[in-house]
Design a protein around this ligand. Structure first.
Ligand code: FAD
Length: 318
């Protein structure tokens, strides 16, 4: 079922969902299941599965020689989506990237989604390759998520890359896109970024999922500004419980977000990472309760491997 239909059917009740990251290739799926199992208690209508683009790896070839190879270390997004759908009878949402993919490859992936009964997609540009400063689209690929959204939307109405195919079945996808309550790092201003977000909605996006944030006011302001410029699709907040001291540096560096002083101070007082985990849980519970009062359609968690903290938060909030 489409995410937008899940939201409609919930009649104003906030739904619970989460995102998982595929394991590195060579590692089995068992650990992923161990982390998903407990969260099924909250009856998520859908689970997101991220996609990682290709990266350079360096292999030692003896005599001090290194060989540079390009590979995807976490392939298998569609396989994992399909496995989860079968095991848990829940919708899955693969993340589809511009970076590293041609339009043809994207079309084949979307056709596979149709066969697998996957009718929700989060369409993203992806970041620059590791070691490169700026995002470069693949030859024959898309430059912006809005172009990818258009391809997914068009294919849903039978417009394939080579031409039109008439069909009696509904092949349309429900398309999610990323939103940034603290602005995307490359956008010259918040207003510019919001206008680009609007472009994604005009191209066919049905809902928005936000980057993680730790200060709800940033989300409230973002929603207000989005509504003011005519973005009227559901906006789903993404929440990540802070879990180790390293997150104080890592989260701003990777996700280009700020942490509130009060949270930083609480984390700095912690003696162990277990203490930090508890601070993260407490913070996320308070954030979640306030977001539910605000009236959000879905509360979406970034699980990043471990789900024990999300389980504790969910039990307090749902
Ligand atoms: P876009 O919407 O294309 O925006 C990129 C930049 O270009 C922005 O600064 C925007 O303002 C600007 N822009 C957009 N459209 C135009 C236009 N038409 N003309 C000019 N400027 C424009 N990354 C992964 O690799 N894998 C994942 O699975 C993944 N999942 C994510 C899930 C969520 C919810 C979020 C928030 C992010 C996720 N990311 C993921 C990270 C994402 O790929 C990066 O943040 C990336 O840098 C931007 O992607 P985007 O889709 O927002 O890009």
């Amino acid at each position: 079922m489409k995410i937008t239909d899940h939201i409609k059917n919930a009649n104003g009740k906030t739904l619970f969902s989460f995102e998982i990251v595929p394991p590195q290739k060579g590692v089995g799926i068992a650990d992923l299941y161990k982390n998903i199992d407990p969260l099924m208690e909250f009856k998520p209508p859908f689970i997101d599965v991220t996609t990682s683009r290709e990266e350079y790896i360096f292999l030692e070839r003896g005599n001090g020689l290194m060989e540079r190879k390009i590979t995807r270390m976490r392939p298998g997004t569609l396989g994992i989506c399909s496995a989860i759908q079968n095991k848990y009878n829940v919708d899955t949402v693969p993340h589809v990237l511009c970076g590293g993919f041609t339009k043809e490859e994207t079309e084949y992936l979307l056709v596979d989604c149709m066969y697998l009964g996957i009718n929700n997609i989060v369409a993203l540009r992806g970041d620059a390759m590791k070691g490169e400063k700026y995002f470069e689209p693949s030859v024959g690929g898309h430059k912006y998520a809005s172009d990818l959204v258009k391809q997914i939307h068009d294919l849903g109405i039978g417009e394939y890359l080579h031409g039109k195919i008439e069909s009696d079945t509904d092949n349309s996808f429900c398309i999610g896109v990323a939103g940034y309550p603290e602005k995307h790092i490359e956008a010259p201003s918040m207003n510019y970024d919001l206008q680009m977000l609007k472009k994604k909605v005009e191209a066919g996006a049905d809902y928005i999922v936000t980057q993680m944030f730790f200060d709800n006011q940033k989300f409230f302001d973002f929603v207000k500004q989005a509504r003011e410029i005519g973005i009227d699709v559901p906006i789903i907040p993404g929440i990540k419980p802070i879990a180790t001291k390293i997150h104080l540096q890592m989260l701003p560096q990777v996700f280009k977000i700020d942490l509130p002083e009060a949270l930083i101070n609480e984390v700095l007082k912690c003696k162990t990472n277990n203490d930090v985990r508890e601070v993260g849980i407490e913070w996320a519970i308070n954030q979640s309760k306030e977001l539910l009062d605000f009236g959000i359609p879905v509360l979406h968690f970034y699980s990043m491997g471990k789900s024990d903290n999300i389980l504790k938060i969910g039990r307090e909030v749902f």
